[in-house]
Design a protein around this ligand. Structure first.
Ligand SMILES: Nc1ncnc2c1ncn2[C@@H]1O[C@H](COP(=O)(O)OP(=O)(O)OP(=O)(O)O)[C@@H](O)[C@H]1O
Length: 269
């Protein structure tokens, strides 16, 4: 198993792959509450990385910190080689166009239609004609498996699963290199969740995306994740392929990856 990049033996065991996201010495806190303390993480180009951990271990905070919604107390985060914490704002703005984010609840603009939602990042970052943005928006919407009819619907007129797909279409609006997903299958029935996993896997392969996915869904981990990073004790406790997690000697990791739900997910894989 690959060690935490902060560990002394990391250089020996880390394969020569390109880190598209590199987090070093991250310290995040809300007042007196420390969420991350000296957290290190590498996300490899082209992988689907699942971020797991008990409730409140800081998975969503990590995602939100990487995409610039939360300012850490200290630490370094490089995305595509750009220092997004301490570098110039213009560099951050440039790299921001290269990622898309789909939040758990979709976080779609309720007063905009699905198509207008998908076109919103294009309006902000691209200088294209309305017709071209509309055509691109419709393309993204079909890419995530939504019917053309959904283009004119408002988020409140969609099912939960459709809202998640619409959020994904918006995350793909600018042809990003990296997609951040916060609990993408939460609230979906098992068939809907499996279909969403298939979609992510297919998009990752066809578009060459790197996917950073916060999840509690063991089925997703086994179905589409190349690697898993476990958050515990305010840091990345361990990272490596999902089928190696059962060998990790840590109570939470053992319970999570060898419990009955894990056995069911492995059997279904
Ligand atoms: N904006 C905020 N202000 C204050 N505290 C926050 C804020 N956002 C998160 N926290 C706290 O940070 C901790 C980590 O939250 P986070 O949402 O990252 O957990 P999580 O690992 O994603 O949990 P879950 O699996 O339950 O979603 C929690 O204790 C939470 O209350």
């Amino acid at each position: 198993m690959k060690g935490n990049p902060g560990s002394p033996d990391a250089a020996k065991v880390t394969p020569a792959r390109e880190a598209i996201i590199r987090v070093r010495g991250l310290h995040t806190a809300f007042g007196p509450q420390v969420v991350h303390d000296n957290l290190n993480l590498d996300v490899w180009k082209g992988e689907v990385l699942g971020i797991v951990g008990g409730s409140g271990t800081g998975k969503s905070v990590l995602l939100r910190t990487i995409v610039g919604l939360i300012r850490p107390v200290r630490g370094e985060i490089q995305v595509l080689g750009t220092d997004v914490i301490n570098g110039p704002e213009s560099d951050r703005r440039a790299v921001e166009k290269q990622w898309g984010v789909a939040f758990q609840d979709g976080a779609l603009f309720s007063s905009l239609t699905v198509l207008q939602n998908v076109m919103a990042p294009m309006r902000e970052h691209l200088r294209l004609s309305h017709g071209l943005m509309k055509a691109l928006g419709e393309l993204k919407i079909s890419l995530v498996g939504l019917p053309p009819l959904s283009c004119g619907k408002f988020p409140s007129e969609l099912s939960g699963g459709m809202r998640k797909r619409a959020a994904l279409a918006r995350a793909l609006a600018l042809d990003p290199k990296i997609v951040f997903l916060d609990e993408p299958t939460a609230g979906l029935d098992p068939i809907g969740a499996a279909a969403y996993d298939d979609l992510i896997g297919e998009l990752q392969r066809s578009l060459g995306l790197t996917v950073f996915m916060v999840t509690h869904d063991l089925d997703s981990l086994y179905a589409i994740c190349d690697r898993v990073a476990v958050l515990a004790e305010k840091r990345v406790l361990v990272e490596g392929p999902v089928d190696m997690m059962a060998t990790v000697d840590h109570p939470w990791v053992q319970e999570y990856f060898t419990g009955p739900r894990a056995r069911a997910a492995t059997a279904a894989d």
